[in-house]
Design a protein around this ligand. Structure first.
Ligand SMILES: Cc1ncc(COP(=O)(O)O)c(C=O)c1O
Length: 395
């Protein structure tokens, strides 16, 4: 595809043909090629402008190419892009300190990696090391990633099957059913891992009491409670984290995992752990080549700074209320679920045609495993006027 190398703009058709030819299939793609982004807006290779209410797959919390993040990355790129955890680094020190400072009080140490799956793999490994046990309980409808242990912990749709042969000692309970957890948990259980708002399942929520009961079960048997906050973390629900929030009944997890929003689009994941878990980890127990590199660490600090400076967490809270208000009276909307900027609109019927119609009107949204639920995961800086554009089309 020599045209791609020419200064002339490649057409969508050429770009798509090239991608299909030279890559294995991943997701079913929208028929657009993106070139540029700013805030909640993205521009295609054909010069068209789309409103992105899916946030680049729940990643772009600070909006696309936030100026503070971009400037920090440019400055860092001029200094040094990467060195691993074999050396100390001022930017890694700053990112870890900053992340721990906003985390629930019990979480005192960070482990940096590169993705949500890797964060969950390590969280389960850390829990097994800390408890010297192997069994992990997760929940139907939860999604934890596609690496071996993470996919084995994912009891949603076809995923576990895709990951065969599965890692042993994974069992599942019904999300929201504490009684069942009590029956399954014992003194051979290393961890209970939960996606606190099940995004991919269709933005499915549990009551705060459920999390309180999970905490009680974990305390009783010395089990590590892991919150997979790959989607709910970094301000998305209107709190820095789900753990410790009123939605969790105020209880705190022993380990939380992060990725997606953490680097504004630069790949970075993390586990945050409490002191007693941290004590079990010795030099060389954990490792990763890329985790904690300077470029990614710069993205973490800049992301947290941008969210804080522009009060995006408060904005996310306000957006949820605004959207709920605007959707009142829509006869084919049967429920609005979720918190902050992690929202699911449940329609009476399959929402695929609505998703498609929105795309035709240049608004990007997401679907979910529930055919009736349209997902919104916009940047946390999304404006009410931008939500109005969605409402106008839905009307
Ligand atoms: C809740 C949750 N956990 C884990 C993952 C896996 O993250 P990654 O795709 O970065 O490996 C995802 C990805 O969608 C997720 O939504």
């Amino acid at each position: 595809m020599s045209e791609m190398a020419s200064p002339l703009k490649a057409s969508l058709k050429l770009i798509a043909e090239s991608e299909e030819r030279y890559q294995l299939a991943t997701y079913a793609k929208m028929n657009i090629a993106l070139e540029r982004g700013e805030g909640c807006w993205v521009w295609t290779s054909e010069g068209e402008k789309y409103l992105d209410l899916y946030g680049g797959h729940a990643v772009c919390a600070t909006g696309h190419s936030h100026s503070m993040v971009v400037q920090a990355l440019k400055d860092q790129a001029d200094k040094i892009l990467f060195y691993s955890n074999l050396v100390y680094s001022d930017v890694r020190a700053e990112a870890a300190e900053r992340l721990v400072s906003i985390a629930p009080e019990n979480l005192t140490k960070a482990f940096f990696c590169n993705s949500g799956s890797e964060a969950n793999e390590n969280a389960m490994r850390i829990a097994r090391m800390a408890t010297k046990r192997e069994k992990v309980i997760t929940f139907t409808g939860g999604f934890h990633g596609r690496t071996a242990d993470a996919i084995s912990a994912t009891f949603l749709g076809k995923y576990r099957e895709l990951g065969r042969p599965n890692v042993p000692h994974h069992i599942s309970a019904e999300f929201g059913n504490a009684e069942q957890v009590r029956e399954l948990a014992d003194d051979e259980t290393a961890a209970i891992m939960v996606e606190p708002i099940q995004s991919m399942a269709g933005v499915v929520e549990a009551k705060p009491e459920f999390f309180v009961e999970l905490r009680e079960v974990c305390n009783k048997y010395g089990i590590a409670l892991i919150f997979d906050e790959v989607q709910t973390g970094i301000g998305r629900t209107g709190n820095w984290f789900f753990s410790g929030s009123e939605f969790a009944g105020g209880i705190e997890a022993d380990i939380i995992t992060l990725a997606k929003s953490l680097g504004s689009g630069i790949p970075v994941g993390a586990c945050l752990v409490n002191e007693s878990v941290a004590r079990a980890i010795k030099t060389n127990d954990l490792g990763t080549t890329f985790g904690g590199g300077m470029f990614a660490m710069t993205a973490v600090t800049a992301t947290l700074n941008a969210i804080e400076r522009e009060d995006m967490i408060q904005n996310a809270k306000g957006i949820e209320g605004y959207l709920r208000e605007q959707l009142k009276g829509f006869l084919n909307v049967t429920a609005v679920r979720g918190k902050g900027c992690l929202l699911g609109i449940e329609f009476r019927d399959n929402c695929k045609p609505i998703h498609q119609k929105l795309l035709e009107n240049k608004i990007i949204t997401g679907t979910s495993s529930d055919p009736n639920v349209l997902r919104l995961l916009p940047p946390l800086c999304v404006k009410r006027e931008e939500i109005d554009l969605l409402i106008d089309v839905l009307k």
